[in-house]
Design a protein around this ligand. Structure first.
Ligand code: EPZ
Length: 429
């Protein structure tokens, strides 16, 4: 049965919401559990299609896996398999991080390329180049990756681009390298720091996470029992910020760390939102029409403006006063939501990496289609301020990264529900 989300716009939001655990932290940390050779208790692990897919992979290779609410227990004492079948690999992008984990733990791995939102090419050349430079033998042929840990010599590797996934893969592989590993031009996202924190509590030796140079020492013995609490999801927090910004009203985002998305918070404040840190997170209020054009939005590696926030902020700017210019530098195909927003009455000019958004008075609800995770969330957010009803199709993408987006927004007072598509013709649109 196909499902869609129905939003009736016009209601301001009011209340407080617990920000879910970070998807992009949980996924590499679950993969890192393979290194632990014991039991890992992961708290605040979001219950998503992507984390379920990662847990299915861990079970397939031989881990014991148990979920109780937001606490996941992974027992990686007995790894039985080093291959990951296509059907599991293709369900998410982060499956590729199992390459480094399996090589470090078992010395070999075979898998197809990963899945993930279609935001562009999304190659894995940096992952393979780094692993091979550190002594592994990893080859991709016809979409199949075969690898062994080779000499495991370790050493220094300079990433030509601070890829998040490649940094994670090299951190995990680095734990088995004889001479330790130094990753130069490493990704600096908060999720990298969270992974390092888990790895250190598991008995490994990771230093410099959050900076451009990360060092993984050799020789530490993993602990038999590890526990770790996942950080709050900064992009989910940005999503609820943007929801309040477009719908108006106020909310407290419990667990939100403003420092993890300060570029976005600063821009929304400059546009007219009021924010203040609270004891438990971040309070946001938006009343009256926002002003766009408060500086160009250029996405880039952390701590630049996060690409994952671009779709959400685009939605905010469609009804803000003035013009806003966006430059999307991280992915070559991350504007799919703009076509749908234009269909709702937004005034958007697209030219390659650049999008110029001229604020209109209001959007009009209609049936729109999701093409990727954050683009889908942007369309739901647009429905909150559009006149009439907005039906968002293809919401499986959204469920990959949000625990019931409609229930969260409904708890803030939105008129929103998930509906099952009985009649097929809705799909033909
Ligand atoms: C992670 O993806 C996140 N996903 C993405 O969030 C996020 O948008 C992205 O980092 C950038 O910050 C997870 O953590 C699960 P990259 P990842 O490797 O690791 C190019 C979401 O919505 N590249 O930093 O795949 C690549 O094509 C998702 O939660 C290579 O060229 O991103 C892209 O242009 C979407 N070769 C750029 O680097 C490689 O070997 C950034 O990719 C690897 C990447």
């Amino acid at each position: 049965m196909k499902e869609s989300i129905l939003v009736r716009g016009g209601r301001p939001l009011l209340g407080s919401v617990e920000v879910q655990g970070s998807k992009n932290s949980a996924l590499p940390i679950l993969a890192a559990c393979v290194l632990a050779d014991g039991v890992s208790v992961i708290e605040n692990c979001p219950d998503l299609l992507d984390t379920a897919a990662m847990l299915d992979i861990l079970e397939y290779i031989g881990c014991g896996v148990e979920r109780s609410g937001h606490t996941v227990t992974v027992d990686s004492t007995d790894i039985k398999r080093t291959d990951v079948p296509d059907g599991l690999m293709h369900r998410l992008r982060s499956s590729i991080v199992l390459l480094g984990a399996l090589l470090a733990r078992t010395g070999r791995a075979s898998m197809s390329g990963p899945g993930g939102c279609e935001l562009g090419q999304r190659p894995i050349d940096l992952h393979l180049a780094g692993l091979n430079a550190l002594g592994a033998r990893a080859r991709e042929c016809g979409g199949v990756i075969k690898a062994d840990c080779g000499s495991r010599r370790g050493g220094e590797f300079v990433l030509s681009f601070p890829s998040v996934g490649a940094t994670e893969n090299l951190m995990l592989f680095g734990t088995c390298c004889r001479d330790g590993v130094t990753i130069v031009n490493a990704a600096r996202e908060p999720e990298i720091c969270d992974l390092a924190e888990y790895m250190n509590s598991a008995g490994f030796d990771v230093r410099g996470a959050g900076s451009a140079v990360v060092h993984i020492g050799s020789g530490k013995r993993p602990e038999r029992l590890v526990s770790h609490r996942i950080i709050a999801d900064r992009i989910a927090a940005v999503t609820w910020l943007c929801a309040v910004a477009v719908a108006g009203g106020e909310a407290e985002l419990i667990g939100a760390e403003r420092g993890h998305f300060s570029c976005v918070a600063d821009l929304l404040e400059a546009s007219g939102c009021r924010m203040e840190k609270t004891e438990n997170g971040l309070f946001v209020r938006s009343c009256g029409r926002l002003s766009g054009g408060k500086g160009m939005i250029r996405t880039g590696p952390y701590p630049c403006f996060p690409t994952d926030a671009q779709p959400l902020v685009s939605t905010v700017m469609t009804t803000a006063r003035g013009c806003t210019l966006i430059e999307e530098n991280m992915f070559e195909n991350r504007y799919s939501h703009l076509g749908e927003l234009s269909g709702m009455g937004a005034d958007i000019e697209l030219n390659g990496r650049f999008a110029l958004i001229r604020g209109v008075d209001t959007l009009c609800g209609r049936t729109v289609r999701t093409h990727d995770l954050r683009g889908g969330a942007a369309l739901v957010t647009a429905g909150l301020c559009a006149l009439g009803e907005t039906r968002v199709l293809n919401i499986g993408y959204i469920d990959r990264g949000y625990e019931s987006i409609e229930k969260t927004l409904e708890s803030l007072g939105a008129d929103i529900e998930r509906v099952t598509e009985e009649n097929e013709d809705t799909e033909k649109r």
